[in-house]
Design a protein around this ligand. Structure first.
Ligand code: NAI
Length: 353
């Protein structure tokens, strides 16, 4: 029996979490779900969207399946996702982007795995508010040491990139590439402009690549976006700092059928949290319109992680069969005759064998 934390989240979170739980249970793997709530609703009640009990549960169980959580824009509490990744040191965000047979709009044959650094970069959460005393001091310091003038009404966000964090994410990407017979690893930065932070990531990636046999190349993030749209088939494993990884993940999700089908995992040395790439989708919450696939495929990744490889494969195949048949799909995949979240989930469960 595996004990796993299940975080329900906000918006469509509870709907897709329930769908994923039903699918995992249908594989026959024995799981004792430790159900936890987190997010905007919890914040109103407990004053913290990520109460200690949620972190304690993941620390105890080591593995969590997490539904999306709302983050207020610009103000309010800090992202629960960013906090989780930092507090549990879930340094590798792994996002497979693969064309599933049967989706009409997707480019055929895309099979990219993204390794996004998860703990630093502009997502480190080190931000200075416009007009505050600390910001004034920082602006003065930068003027004195760099001779650069920053406008006095600026807000400032800090972008730390360390050798340590860069090395471990690149190593993970190579380890994955080698253990899964992938063809190539591509490092992605904007090192022509950010010569220090991105320059360090690029340098470290090149050094790590020398220790491995698999081919390595480097591409600037702007060029990558163009090339991905023109010909995504030229890419295999991508390794990127945090912000670029976030943006490129959505681009690749768009290339392979949209956010409704894009799974992901946040992995560290001790803990792992599996979650879809998409957010809480407040525009469709509570209407039964959410596509359960991204969460279900994240759950399949979780099954692989806990050693239930067979069950993970069964679940993946069931999803692929439902999508390739194209009859019981939610409206993001089939706008003309869609079914509800529950019906698509039931169809996936029917195909598990
Ligand atoms: P979103 O991913 O929630 O939605 C973007 C668009 O995709 C919407 O039109 C939505 O309806 C659609 N969509 C998303 N998931 C879908 C699904 N399973 N089935 C069908 N359609 C789906 O991104 P948005 O609107 O920018 O963010 C909403 C909230 O989610 C924000 O508070 C954001 O901070 C949060 N968020 C949370 C994440 C997490 O918990 N891991 C990740 C990304 C965003």
């Amino acid at each position: 029996m595996h004990k796993i934390t299940l975080i329900l989240g906000d918006g469509i979170g509870p709907e897709v979490a329930e769908a994923a739980r039903r699918c995992v249970d249908a594989t026959g793997v024995q799981i004792d779900w430790d159900v936890q709530d987190s997010g905007a609703k919890v914040s109103e009640k407990d004053g913290d969207p990520l109460p200690a009990r949620v972190l304690d549960s993941i620390r105890k169980n080591k593995v969590a399946l997490k539904a999306p959580v709302t983050t207020p824009l610009g103000e309010g509490f800090r992202s629960v996702n960013v906090r989780l990744r930092q507090e549990l040191d879930l340094f590798a965000c792994v996002r497979p982007c693969r064309t599933l047979h049967g989706l009409k709009n997707a480019v055929e044959g895309v099979d990219i795995v993204i390794f996004r650094e998860n703990t630093e970069d502009l997502y480190a959460g080190i931000e200075y508010t416009a007009g505050s005393d600390d910001t004034k001091k920082l602006i003065e310091f930068i003027g004195d040491t760099k001779g650069k003038k920053i406008r006095s009404d600026s807000a400032v966000s800090i972008k730390p990139i360390s050798k340590y964090a860069s090395e471990r994410i690149v190593e993970s990407a190579f380890y994955f590439a080698e253990s899964n017979n992938r063809k190539k690893v591509t490092g992605v930065t904007k090192s022509n402009i950010m010569k220090e932070s991105d320059g360090l990531f690029m340098y470290v990636a090149k050094e790590v690549a020398k220790r491995h046999k698999i081919p390595y190349d480097h591409v600037l993030v702007d060029a990558l976006c163009m090339k991905l749209v023109q010909n995504p088939l030229q890419f295999d494993v991508l390794v990127l700092p945090n912000l670029y990884g976030d943006i490129v993940s959505d681009l690749c999700a768009g290339l392979t059928g949209g956010l409704g089908i894009a799974p992901g995992a946040n992995i560290g040395d001790e803990y792992a949290v599996f979650e879809a790439v998409h957010g809480s989708a407040p525009d469709i919450a509570g209407k039964g319109l959410a596509n359960p696939t991204a969460m279900v495929l994240s759950a399949a990744m979780m099954l692989n992680h806990i050693g239930e490889i067979n069950a993970g494969k069964k679940l993946e195949s069931a999803v692929e069969e439902v999508i390739s048949e194209g009859k019981k799909l939610t409206c993001d995949l089939n706008p003309t005759s869609p079914v509800k979240t529950n019906e698509m989930t039931a169809e996936i469960i029917r195909k598990i064998r």
